[in-house]
Design a protein around this ligand. Sequence first.
Ligand code: ADP
Length: 203
Amino acid sequence: MRGKLITLEGIDGSGKSTVLERLKAHPAMSRVVFTREPTTCWIGEAVEHAIHSDTDHLAELFLFTADHAEHISKVIQPALEDGKTMISDRYSDSRYAYQGVTLGDRFDDPIKWIQSIHSGWTIVPDKTILFDIDPKIAVGRCGNRGEQTKFEKIGFLERVRANYLRLAEEDPGRFMIVDTDRPIEKIEADVVELLTSVVQALY
Ligand code: ADP
């Protein structure tokens, strides 16, 4: 049987990485394959380079998208064909939400345009968990981890959050929203419960 793909999305500082580290150690997740975007391959490294420089926004989008294509062909597609359940820390919705902001002055509806260049080859996740939080709280958290990237500014993240909420509204069957302005133990418990029920329901 074909495997399943679950993605975790949310603005910087929403708590994804923290919950993921705990999830990886959870017995219920022992057979799950964890992956992420940007990937750690050379294209993913180029993406990191773009994130930490003033690269043209369209060029940046194409780097992210190239990394996504490589991720799908080398990791996602083979694992799904092998019947695995995968959890990806960020995936296509990160592009729609983030580059939907950075390309706001170049396209009338940048989200739709970015979705259109993914159409026909991307693999749409079976379920997406959106870690939702007020950017003011998220940025406060990021401040604790040293140097901030260009994406970790409150005004910017407010627009990214709005994009994520729009994506969730447009696809309510796929998205599940988790409020992450709560103690980490509560979020972890909710996410594990969600994932366990999702994995059971998907098979
Ligand atoms: P993301 O991966 O979504 O960017 P992180 O998991 O790296 O976010 O969290 C950013 C910072 O916030 C980290 O320093 C982390 O320790 C802290 N943090 C994460 N979740 C919580 C929480 N529920 N309550 C308080 N602080 C948190």
